[in-house]
Design a protein around this ligand. Structure first.
Ligand code: B16
Ligand code: MG
Length: 219
């Protein structure tokens, strides 16, 4: 019996994963690391410092910088990201999401946010969606990032629900893994070949409706 929904933010609620990618791509160029579609996909859902580590490792440069230099680069990416966020408004809400959130509220489902992004309160505010997500997991309090179950387990906990009473929604492979290992039902948004571990897959947020979810859960 599903009572709550735990949402990822970037790539599920908002079109911000393209901004994250753009900002990392800029930094990768500066560091002389070859950018690729695969790298972009592997960075989805991954925390800021872990993303930088992954980029450096991809370029074989993981031992080339001090911790202090790494923090400077991560801060630079964030400055670039915040620059791209300027002027972002409700038009960056992914298609169908506003209607989906409204219908979830109408049906008395509880909602929480399980985003790895420290910028998520700002993004929700800019999109005008903050009122839906009074319950959020603060990523700075986590010991482990996605794919560890911690973030999605906490997403259920903040709602006072058991994991099996929750559906988690993710666009990242590591995010789907986190939902599954937390014991929730997973919905993957995007390429079913990449998100092949999701219980339910929708290629686009436009398919994200209570009707479609009910249909998918019956089979
Ligand atoms: P920040 P999500 C993740 O958010 C993004 O997918 C990922 O690209 C980003 O590096 C991470 O948040 C950390 O974001 O640098 O803003 O703290 O997909 O979990 O909502
Ligand atoms: Mg995401």
């Amino acid at each position: 019996n599903i009572k709550g929904f735990v949402f990822d933010l970037d790539g599920v609620i908002a079109d911000t994963s393209v901004y994250h990618s753009k900002a990392w791509h800029q930094l990768a160029d500066e560091l002389g690391v070859q950018w690729s579609e695969d790298l972009a996909n592997n960075l989805k859902g991954v925390s800021r410092m872990d993303s930088l580590e992954l980029i450096l490792k991809t370029g074989g440069k993981e031992n080339d910088y001090t911790q202090e230099e790494k923090e400077k680069y991560a801060a630079k990416k964030n400055t670039n990201y915040l620059e791209l966020l300027k002027g972002m408004n409700a038009s960056a809400i992914l298609p169908g999401i506003s209607d989906f959130l409204t219908s979830l509220e109408e049906h008395d489902y509880k909602l929480s946010l399980a985003s790895a992004s420290k910028n998520s309160p700002l993004v929700l505010e800019q999109l005008g969606l903050a009122q839906y997500f009074k319950e959020k997991v603060d990523p700075s309090t986590l010991k482990h990032g996605k794919p560890d179950p911690e973030i999605f387990a906490r997403g259920a906990e903040v709602l006072g629900l058991k994991p099996e009473e929750c559906i988690g929604i993710e666009d990242a492979k590591v995010g789907v893994e986190s939902i599954n290992s937390a014991g929730e039902t997973s919905i993957g948004i995007g390429d079913p070949n990449i998100l092949n571990e999701a219980d339910i897959n929708f290629t686009s947020t436009t398919d994200l409706t209570l009707n479609n979810i009910q249909k998918a859960m019956e089979v």
